[in-house]
Design a protein around this ligand. Sequence first.
Ligand code: NAD
Length: 248
Amino acid sequence: MTNRIAVVTGATGGLGTSMCKALAAQGRTIVASHLPDEKSTADAVAWQQDMKNDGIDVAIYPLDVTNYENCEAFVARVEQEHGPVDILVNNAGITNDAPLKKMQAEQWNQVISVNLTSMFNMCKHVFEGMCERGFGRIVNISSLNGEKGQFGQSNYAATKAGIYGFTKSIALEGARKGVTANSVSPGYIDTPMVRKVPEKVLDNILAGIPVGRLGQPEDIARAVAFLTADDAGFMTGTNLSVNGGQFM
Ligand code: NAD
């Protein structure tokens, strides 16, 4: 593997950490981002140290992916301090659930902004350079619930389904330029995001997973590593469902 610069957004979370480790194991230089609030900054310092203890040097910068100008400045900083972005994993995401009758406009807008507008904000600033250099790997993290919908998640499911259309479109635009774009749709993975789900609901979810367990973050990281490999150039515009057989 060539030493390439890989950016992972929302990197300090359950899945992001595992993705950074998998990409580092492939010899990538990892640039991570975290939310620029006080708690996330403190967590980011501890996270960077944990990674170092595992033998992984990671640069980490604050970034709110909902802010177009911040994304532009973030990419400029990465390019200046590390080099051009070869791999982008749009991983930052949130839930803010409510059934439609209770969902507020601000809940809707927040989730659209973090989960979907962020894709545009980040891709916009790396895509052209990737095309000019003739190499790029973009992986957008969607969700099982974008494929099938979910009660109380009309906002979240809409963003995650929207990712498919966005990804396929830029895959077409980058196809002749050596730039691939794919999505990964995790099922229920053993992370803090899923541990927030009430126990009874989680028991029902588990009963519906043919493999009989929650996924592990490494299950998703493996898919990201696969799609971002230098020799994965013929795989583009597709979605990898990594869900233990829960939805086929
Ligand atoms: P997580 O909450 O542990 O991590 C999400 C990260 O995104 C956090 O580091 C958070 O700080 C960051 N983030 C939130 N808002 C942001 C913003 N405005 N700007 C920048 N960063 C922001 O969640 P996770 O489980 O690791 O999820 C990662 C991705 O995987 C998300 O897109 C999520 O929707 C998707 N996903 C997760 C699961 C699962 O089971 N955990 C299932 C399907 C899809």
